[in-house]
Design a binder for this molecule. Structure first.
Ligand code: ATP
Ligand code: MG
Length: 453
């Protein structure tokens, strides 16, 4: 993509309405535009990041054996009346009436709809287990939308739902998602800590919130200080190895980590010096709730003894659009955003410092074509931002690339002769004079070029 063509409405000043750094930077970097309270349009740079996050979430769901579907945003109220949640959900639910006076709603979540799909089509234990997910916009009329996309009213969520015959199967489904979540967040460059969450009135339920630490987080968290060192990047377990997975799950959940709802200072097993107390952002939530919806909605299957029994269910959410802000909270400096290579809007920026110079421009044009070939990766197939603009000061170009967080820059001016270029990494001030070939080798060795697995 050429900078002269890119729609990148950056702002010089920090917008006053933005309270936290991620929201400020998203507006300054021209990623989103608010259209009404808690509702945003995604502009090119922002949408590229959102799509890349979505794709990583998708790949890890698929790897864990979940199957993608797509359910509509608008739902009939009838299903929610069956489950009893139509009244319970309260004012967060956006209720709509169609022209025939039928009660509709903009889905805040999809337990009812997926339960209806499964009860319609699955009647036997032979068709279990199933785990279905979709990545779809949700609407919750939050009383206080704030922090930009972090607490919006319309937001993108990955939600999936597992269906099993018995508790043992449901626990296995839960453990697979537990691992899938850790893998997902690690690929997004995040350390997300699974915290034992409040499970509500039904005993025996299981629930973990995945929380990343950030001063601006809305949750107060208490965790074993070990969590800050724990290596969660080596997560190459085989999902089909039930025993290893269970052992991994038991190990990971043996470290203390809870939100304030669960923390009782008098019963905390850790001394103060071993306890990490921090603020955190919830980026995901997994939940086992047994037969709550299947019983209410009559989702039964026949077991091997021929009895009809209620399905065991779990649901699992990831805040895909919240993650855009969450990653920025975790990774930025005074210059702007520092994207992990896996989700950067462009993986590399090429800056022509002397666009009026013919030799320099010819070299840059050629380099751009070479880079495009290398960065021919999903989902965009053009992951190079080429700043070839004439009449734009080099300092302005540098600042813009830094603000929007491109992981690597290749700079070329008339002063770098032959095939020498300047290579700069976003998260370091060092600049290296290298040949173009060396630069490409360095990029190749870094994680930047790796195609999606
Ligand atoms: P919160 O406590 O932050 O309101 P929740 O418990 O209501 O979250 P879930 O229903 O578990 O959230 O939804 C799954 C995920 O969707 C959350 O972990 C979060 O990442 C994301 N999410 C929830 N509400 C919002 C929102 N208003 N804006 C953006 N993302 C959200
Ligand atoms: Mg909520």
């Amino acid at each position: 993509m050429r900078s002269s063509e890119l729609f990148l409405p950056t702002l010089k000043d920090t917008p006053k309405e933005a309270e936290i750094i991620s929201h400020q930077l998203m507006l300054r970097a021209g990623m989103v535009k608010q259209t009404s309270s808690g509702i945003y349009s995604w502009l090119p740079i922002g949408y590229r990041v959102l799509k890349k996050i979505e794709q990583i979430v998708r790949e890890e769901q698929d790897a864990a054996g979940a199957q993608e579907v797509l359910m509509p945003t608008l739902q009939s109220a009838d299903l929610w009346k069956e489950s009893g949640r139509y009244d319970d959900y309260g004012q967060e639910m956006l209720r709509i009436t169609d022209r025939h006076d039928r009660d509709m709603l903009y889905g805040p979540t999809n337990e009812e709809m997926i339960t209806d799909i499964v009860r319609t089509h699955i009647h036997s234990y032979k068709n279990l287990p199933k785990n279905l997910y979709h990545i779809q916009w949700k609407f919750r009329d939050e009383i206080r939308p704030r922090f930009g996309v972090m607490r919006g009213r319309e937001f993108l969520m990955k939600d999936n739902y597992s269906f099993d015959l018995d508790y043992e199967g449901a626990l296995y489904s839960y453990q697979k998602m537990f691992l899938a979540y850790l893998r997902t967040f690690a690929r997004l460059g995040l350390r997300a800590i699974p915290m034992r969450a409040d499970t509500g009135p039904i005993g025996g339920d299981l629930s973990h919130e995945f929380i990343i630490l950030a001063d601006t987080g809305e949750s107060q968290v208490y965790a074993d200080a070990k969590w800050s060192e724990l290596d969660t990047s080596a997560l190459g377990l085989d999902y089909s190895d039930k025993e290893k997975l269970a052992a991994f799950y038991d190990d990971m959940t043996s470290y203390y980590a809870v939100t304030d709802e669960k923390h009782e200072p008098e019963n905390c097993p850790l001394s103060d010096d071993k306890l990490l107390t921090a603020r955190g952002i919830e980026v995901g939530h997994i939940f086992y709730f047994g037969t709550k919806y299947s019983a209410a909605m009559g989702a039964k299957v026949q077991n091997s003894e021929g009895e009809m029994i209620n399905l065991e269910m779990g649901s699992y959410g990831i805040g895909v659009s919240r993650l855009v802000g969450g990653i920025i909270e975790a990774s930025h400096d005074e210059q702007g955003i520092i994207w992990p290579a896996s989700v950067a809007p462009f993986q590399v920026g090429l800056i022509n410092l002397d666009p009026e110079d013919e030799t320099c421009s010819a070299f840059c044009n050629e380099t751009y074509q070479k880079l495009r070939k290398i960065y021919d990766t999903a989902p965009f197939y053009d992951d190079v931002l080429y700043d070839e603009r004439e009449g734009v000061r080099p300092g302005f170009k540098f600042n813009e690339m830094e603000l929007i967080g491109i992981p690597w820059q290749i700079r070329k001016g008339a002063r770098q002769d032959g095939d020498s270029v300047i290579l700069k990494k976003r998260d370091s001030d060092e600049k290296h004079d290298v040949s173009l070939e060396q630069a490409l080798n360095i990029l190749q060795d870094s994680a930047v070029i790796k195609k999606a697995a």
